[in-house]
Design a protein around this ligand. Structure first.
Ligand SMILES: NC(=O)c1ccc[n+]([C@@H]2O[C@H](COP(=O)([O-])OP(=O)(O)OC[C@H]3O[C@@H](n4cnc5c(N)ncnc54)[C@H](OP(=O)(O)O)[C@@H]3O)[C@@H](O)[C@H]2O)c1
Length: 332
């Protein structure tokens, strides 16, 4: 990976917002962005956002050229921050990482200390990247749902985009906390995968009845939404009184066409979930991911791929051909 001249492999996103090209290249540490912590990267992952960024299918990249990869796990090489020492096992994610600051698809990453967390003692490097920014966001959503009154006794929780990274980990965590989880997926053949993660029920997205009136029959107490667009609009119309939806993603669209009726007649709460958090909150959520929110099925959720397969994995993510978390072994 790092040769005697100090260079290492990297996957660089170049061009401009209207014409994006991505390619493998060689970089050296001097070409990395500024930051207190230099990390020798072991694993990165492919999130939906990474695939959009590298293929130019969404306006994700805010500074060209940019090494892609919005999360990475590795070992601290050097640190100008008292929080970290050489040899510490760490995860880096969110803020500008892989978007406006060189990201995780490279042998080394140099970042501000606030973007770095120590890997909790009970998690391996592979388990930590399997959780990654997706699992962190799922845990944050569950934390926020419970701060807003969620409990297993109050009814079913719907998780859509169910075979995706965020949703797979959300299903795993929710089911081990005793929730009755209904997984909604477009992949009819993945029912056994979702049940292994703990879903009590699996529904095909195509079989969900249309929900177009301002208020439809109420079915769900809570929901974790990775999709936005029409699926989220339908959810707002079908939640129980005092239901809570955690809005995480936009895999089906950015728009939200609904009415105020669920909010004013059923007391619906729509809470936004954003993984760009201050260091204190990140520490708290990562501690919970190693304790009471620890996923149990990470080995089932992870699919580890070699670095050179990155472009193909991205195509598969965009085409909805994968399940769980695509882990990239940057340093074999
Ligand atoms: N707010 C934050 O801070 C934050 C953090 C992480 C991720 N996100 C967002 O959360 C969403 C999910 O991320 P992820 O990493 O879990 O992605 P992912 O692994 O690619 O999963 C997305 C899932 O959504 C479903 N899906 C994909 N395209 C769809 C479409 N056009 N229409 C309907 N369903 C579709 C598929 O599930 P099924 O085939 O099972 O239906 C797919 O597996 C993305 O929008 C991502 O940008 C936000």
């Amino acid at each position: 990976m790092k040769q005697s001249n100090g260079s290492f492999d990297a996957y660089l996103i170049e061009g401009n917002p209207g014409a994006v090209q991505s390619r493998f290249t060689r970089l050296n540490v001097q070409q990395l962005d500024a930051g207190e912590v230099l990390v020798s990267v072991r694993y990165a992952s492919v999130n939906y956002k990474d695939a959009l960024a590298a293929t130019g299918q969404g306006p994700i990249i805010r500074r060209f050229p940019c090494v892609g990869g919005i999360d990475a796990v590795g070992v601290v090489e050097t640190s100008g921050s008292p929080r970290f020492r050489p040899g510490d096992r760490v995860i880096v994610h969110s803020h500008g990482f892989g978007v406006s600051h060189h990201g995780g698809y490279a042998g080394y990453a140099r970042v501000p200390a606030d973007w770095v967390n120590a890997i909790p003692p009970g998690l391996s490097e592979l388990e930590t990247i399997t959780i990654g920014v997706a699992g962190y966001t799922a845990a944050l959503a569950i934390d926020l749902l419970e701060l807003n009154g969620a409990s297993p006794a109050r009814g079913k929780v719907l998780v859509n985009g169910a075979t995706g990274g965020v949703a797979s980990i959300a299903i795993d965590i929710l089911s081990q906390r005793g929730y009755d989880v209904v997984a909604v997926t477009s992949k009819a053949d993945q029912s056994s995968y979702l049940k292994e993660l703990g879903a009590a029920e699996v529904i095909s997205a195509r079989e969900l009845p249309p929900a177009t009136r301002p208020l439809e029959k109420s079915q769900w107490a809570f929901a974790i939404d990775s999709l936005g667009g029409e699926p989220l609009a339908a959810l707002t119309r079908t939640m129980h009184k005092d239901g809570v939806i955690a809005s995480i993603g936009n895999a089906a669209g950015m728009e939200l066409n609904t009415s105020v009726m669920p909010f004013i007649l059923r007391g619906l709460r729509l809470i936004g979930v954003n993984s760009d958090n201050d260091h204190g909150l990140r520490e708290r959520i990562w501690r919970r991911l190693d304790t009471d929110l620890r996923p149990r099925h990470l080995a089932r959720i992870a699919r580890v791929e070699p670095f050179e397969s990155l472009p193909q994995v991205m195509q598969d993510v965009l085409a909805g051909r994968r399940t769980g978390r695509a882990v990239i072994a940057v340093r074999p």
